[in-house]
Design a protein around this ligand. Structure first.
Ligand code: ADP
Ligand code: MG
Ligand code: ZN
Length: 609
């Protein structure tokens, strides 16, 4: 900011000096005469014309040359010349012209030196006072919310730009209908819904949907992020809340959208760290405001959160956010639709099949998919291509999932071999187990933190997972280091993340899903989550040491079963393992078809764990 001001200052000074030089520079005369010289030139008859402007004399000689001179300021020109001894007869041959001092020049010569510095000084004072004023304004406007009115957006978003999310759209359309025809509903004695809560994982399109309502509803739409309520100063949040609601009420019928409401709406009394008093006051204010709506107040509050589990129960009570809409992660058709929306302004090869991309991206959120399309465009551009190919899209899936490829990382041959057998182990088991998802791709090119990876994908989308599927997954996880042991006699650190994940999975099987015969269908431990990160920090034990030991034994048991199965399968199918590893060492990456080609001759029989 300061930097910019200085630049402006320099620029202004430059302009002023330019003006000076234009106004005050006459064409430089080739020579300047003293009055004595001028008089002698007149006497010798060389001078043709003299133009007088104030004290400046411009002289034209008869031979065409030009010169200038100055006269005394108090006396007239003729008087001056006589004083210097000009011959009257010689003077008669000279044309004399008297010019008024030019108005512009005259005034400029007076004004610029006096007024311009004055203007500069006044300008500086004005600027400083403006800064100070905005500073004080900031200090006094803490209590004002920065609630924004949507609608003047250039890139207007409508429901068409939001793929899938049918239920959410329907619900929102209904809400908008309430606002547009309140009479219809009020006459039936219905109460206009006060609040609607959008819940969904990050990136599922909550904010996007809100913007779409703003574009569709045709009523004033106010947007605020709940984190803006919370300031360092106590009491600000509450007054900002009051202000936001007042603004919305004044514009009724209107919609007030509070994004990320979990920032203030967290269960009261559950604060970790400081500052939760302020948050609670803000939450209380929101509750009060929503209660304060009359039966026919035509303001609907829409809020969005990705942590409905931590919201204060009072927020969810009827009369507040009594309508709740869950935004699920997109299914395969929605994924395709989202990809289509985000490929609109990108040049794609004609025969591109977005469905194939959708198949490979279970668990991706809308934001992930948008990111994927963007990455593929970047990839194509980096390779100096004019259009995006199917392969660009596929590579971007893995990039979004695992991080960028590390092609340049030098791997020594021994490490490459270990990685090849490790991944071959995973893949072989995935192909050997009936309850495992089929192998989609194997690679020994490192990505992100993974040295290599084996991608399995379900044939169709599943929402439930059975115990045998868990067991198959556990076994596939063990496949990596079991294969290493089988071939090289010992395991490497490459398996550490597999083992960690397997342990976590086994523990969840026992303590959360109640799938252990020994422990019974019971959950163990009350898992606490770190409130502001959504991560587990502690699991409160609600069972005895004895039970803990039993749980550990069961977890161990599941892992042992998986390891044994893995060992049995791998040692009996060593030839297949070798074939896969060899192909990997050769090609580094195997697609599903390549992989199936390799294992076909072996006619693997699929087993159940
Ligand atoms: P959040 O639910 O975390 O608020 P956003 O609404 O900010 O997620 O979504 C992030 C981005 O993901 C959007 O800007 C949009 O590009 C993309 N996106 C998410 N869901 C969809 C969808 N259903 N259709 C189209 N684009 C989507
Ligand atoms: Mg959002
Ligand atoms: Zn592994």
């Amino acid at each position: 900011m300061l930097y910019k001001n200085i630049l402006w200052g320099i620029f202004t000074l430059f302009l002023i000096s330019l003006a000076f030089s234009v106004l005050f520079s006459d064409q430089p005369a080739p020579q300047t005469f003293t009055l004595n010289q001028l008089v002698s030139k007149i006497n010798s008859g060389e001078v043709g014309k003299i133009t007088v402007q104030e004290n400046d004399l411009s002289i034209e000689l008869k031979n065409g040359e030009k010169a200038s001179a100055k006269k005394e300021s108090e006396t007239g020109l003729s008087q001056t010349l006589y004083n210097y001894g000009v011959k009257p007869a010689a003077l008669d041959t000279v044309t004399l012209e008297i010019k008024d001092s030019s108005g512009l020049k005259f005034w400029a010569s007076i004004l610029i030196p006096t007024v311009v510095p004055l203007l500069i000084i006044v300008g500086i004072f004005w600027f400083i006072s403006k800064q100070a004023k905005s500073g004080t304004n900031q200090a006094f406007s803490f209590g004002k919310s920065s609630v924004k009115l949507f609608g003047s957006f250039k890139d207007r978003i409508t429901f068409k730009d939001v793929a899938g999310l049918k239920e959410a759209k329907q619900e929102l359309e209904e809400v908008v209908d309430f606002l547009k025809n309140p009479k219809k509903f009020l006459e039936m004695g219905a109460r206009i819904p006060r609040g609607l809560l959008l819940m969904g994982a990050p990136g599922t399109g909550k904010t996007l949907l809100a913007r779409a309502i703003a574009g569709e509803s045709g009523v004033p739409f106010f947007y605020i992020s709940a984190s803006e309520f919370v300031e360092m100063f106590v009491g600000v949040g509450a007054s900002r809340t009051r202000d936001a609601f007042a603004t919305a009420k004044r514009a009724a019928p209107s919609i007030l959208f509070i994004d990320e409401i979990d920032a203030v709406g967290r269960e009261r009394g559950a604060g970790v760290g400081g500052g939760h008093d302020e948050r609670e006051q803000t939450l209380n204010q929101i509750l009060t405001e929503m209660d304060g709506f009359d039966r026919d107040t035509k303001v609907i509050v829409i809020a969005a959160t990705n942590r409905p589990d931590i919201l204060d129960r009072a927020l969810l009570r009827p009369g507040r956010f009594d309508r709740r809409v869950v935004l699920d992660l997109p299914d395969i058709n929605d994924r395709e639709a989202i990809l289509k929306i985000h490929s609109k302004d990108k040049p794609l090869e004609k025969n591109i099949d977005l469905k194939k991309v959708a198949v490979r991206t279970p668990g991706f959120s809308g934001a992930d998919l948008a990111n994927l399309m963007n990455e593929s465009a970047i990839l194509a551009a980096r390779n100096n291509k004019k259009i995006i190919s199917q392969n660009d899209l596929f590579s971007s899936i893995e990039k979004v999932m695992l991080g960028p490829e590390k092609k340049s990382r030098v791997i020594n041959p021994k490490e490459k071999q270990i990685t090849a057998y490790h991944e071959a182990g995973h893949a072989l088991l995935a192909a050997s187990l009936k309850n495992s998802d089929p192998v989609h791709k194997i690679s020994i090119i490192g990505r992100g933190r993974a040295g290599g990876y084996t991608m399995k994908l379900p044939l169709e989308e599943m929402h439930l997972k059975t115990k045998s599927q868990f067991l198959a997954d556990l076994t596939v996880l063990m496949g990596g280091h079991v294969a290493e042991k089988e071939i090289f006699g010992e395991m490497s650190t490459g398996a550490s993340s597999d083992i960690k994940e397997a342990t976590k999975m086994a523990r969840a099987i026992v303590t959360q899903y109640g799938m252990s015969e020994k422990m019974g269908a019971m959950t163990f431990g009350d898992t606490q989550e770190l409130i502001f990160l959504g991560k587990e920090i502690s699991t409160e034990r609600d069972y005895s040491e004895k039970v803990a030991a039993k749980i550990d034994a069961e977890v161990r048991n599941f892992i042992d079963i998986a390891t044994k199965t893995a060992e049995k399968l791998i040692s009996s199918r060593k030839k297949v393992l070798g074939a896969i590893a060899k192909a990997l060492l050769e090609k580094e990456t195997l697609e599903q078809e390549d992989f199936n080609e390799i294992i076909r001759p072996f006619k693997l029989k699929q087993v159940v764990v």
